[in-house]
Ligand binder design. Structure first.
Ligand SMILES: Nc1ncnc2c1ncn2[C@@H]1O[C@H](COP(=O)(O)OP(=O)(O)O)[C@@H](O)[C@H]1O
Ligand SMILES: [Mg+2]
Length: 355
């Protein structure tokens, strides 16, 4: 019997459309000899709906796909998922959601309560990875270098901006100021002088009441994909991100404008350094107690110092996203990656008593 897989996409975060494109990709590539997929969407207002099979899930004529506001409602409760009064009999959920309410442990907790197997990290790992102010000290405790910095909460900033500004200045310029639980570089600013601090903090606080300030690491951005295969996290070939020189850093436009960035696979670096980055990626995955998959992003300095930037528990997952590309270059197809993830989900290593 084929397993029934509910691919869940959309959601309340700013990455709604990217999530829909990822879901369209998985729907097209999933091995239908083993799995029977259905598509469930979360609308921008948070309603769960059954997406009709013929609904547009790819970019067409420059229009990005979204979850339709009018579609049959899906009910999720401790008994599982149902629609129109009948159970959907789901074996595995693939929560292809990015950002808050998706990648942060919220939906994972809901699925735990409903006792449904799901792809990816569990509640704790998802929540910790989402919040850089919690993930960084854990990486550091495991011997993986992070960028030095401080946390600035909106409540403290309101009452203590002068003293905090002095503390930020003492870190030295340039700096990066960004939301602790951000994504897609939204709310991230490169700060080169004292007079830019206030605007950058306020910008980050637009996205998250918790901002982080970090010294800028000078170097290239190197990414590594980790995939759990037969219970063991494996590192892919590592890739180097190339950003069009008109961008100062890997910002939102660089990420999503056509042709603005590219990943070079394998990264043009010493094999020993590449292996060390792969090992650090697996170490970071284990340090946070991740399951299934993660994309681990690093900086590599000119002196080959490896600094972790962040770990994403549900990275972009369209057929042309970095995660599937890195596995493709490592000899594992998009369809095979999806099969590994669905198999791992049934092992429940992400569960309450899992990793
Ligand atoms: N400490 C830093 N040093 C150098 N560049 C940084 C630093 N922090 C962020 N950046 C730049 O900003 C981008 C987005 O920051 P990141 O922390 O990855 O946030 P997001 O979760 O939004 O991807 C990075 O890819 C990098 O280009
Ligand atoms: Mg990033």
């Amino acid at each position: 019997m084929k397993e029934r897989v509910a691919i869940i996409c959309g959601g309340r975060s700013s990455e709604h459309e990217i999530s829909c494109i990822s879901a369209g990709g998985v729907l097209a590539a999933i091995d239908r000899s083993k799995y029977e997929p259905i598509l469930i969407g979360i609308t921008r207002t948070g309603q769960w709906v059954l997406i009709p099979e013929n609904h547009q899930m790819t970019i067409r004529d420059g229009v990005l796909p979204t979850v339709p506001e009018t579609a049959p409602a899906v009910v999720v409760d401790v008994a599982g998922l149902s629609s129109g009064g009948s159970a959907l009999s789901i074996d595995i959920v693939f929560p292809l959601l990015h950002g808050p309410y998706g990648e942060d442990g919220s939906i994972q907790g809901l699925l735990e309560m409903a006792d449904i197997a799901y792809v990816g990290s569990g509640v704790l790992a998802s929540a910790v990875a989402m919040d850089k102010s919690f993930a960084k000290p854990i990486f550091a405790a495991h011997g993986i270098a992070t960028a030095h910095g401080i946390v600035v909460k909106a409540s403290d900033w309101k009452t203590n901006a002068t003293a905090i500004t002095a503390e930020i200045e003492s870190l030295g310029f340039p700096l990066f100021i960004k939301p602790a639980r951000g994504g897609s570089s939204r709310g991230t600013t490169k700060v080169k002088s004292t007079d830019q601090i206030t605007a950058a903090i306020e910008e980050a606080h637009q996205f998250d009441p918790k901002a982080i300030v970090e010294i800028a690491i000078v170097g290239s951005e190197i990414e590594c994909a980790v995939l759990e295969i037969d219970g063991q996290p494996q590192a892919s070939m590592v890739g180097k991100i190339h950003i069009d020189s008109k961008f100062e850093f890997y910002d939102f436009e660089a990420k999503y404008l056509d042709g603005a960035t590219d990943i070079e696979l394998p990264a043009p670096i010493d094999k020993k350094v590449a292996d060390a980055i792969g090992a650090a990626a697996v170490k970071a995955f284990k340090a946070l107690g991740c399951s299934g998959l993660a994309r681990v992003d690093f900086f590599l300095t000119q002196t080959n110092q490896i600094v972790i930037n962040e770990l994403n528990t549900m990275p972009g997952f369209t057929s042309t996203s970095v995660f599937p590309k890195m596995w493709g270059a490592s000899g594992i197809t998009y369809t095979e990656v999806i099969t590994h993830l669905l198999k791992s989900a049934l092992k429940r290593t992400n569960g309450v008593l899992g990793n």
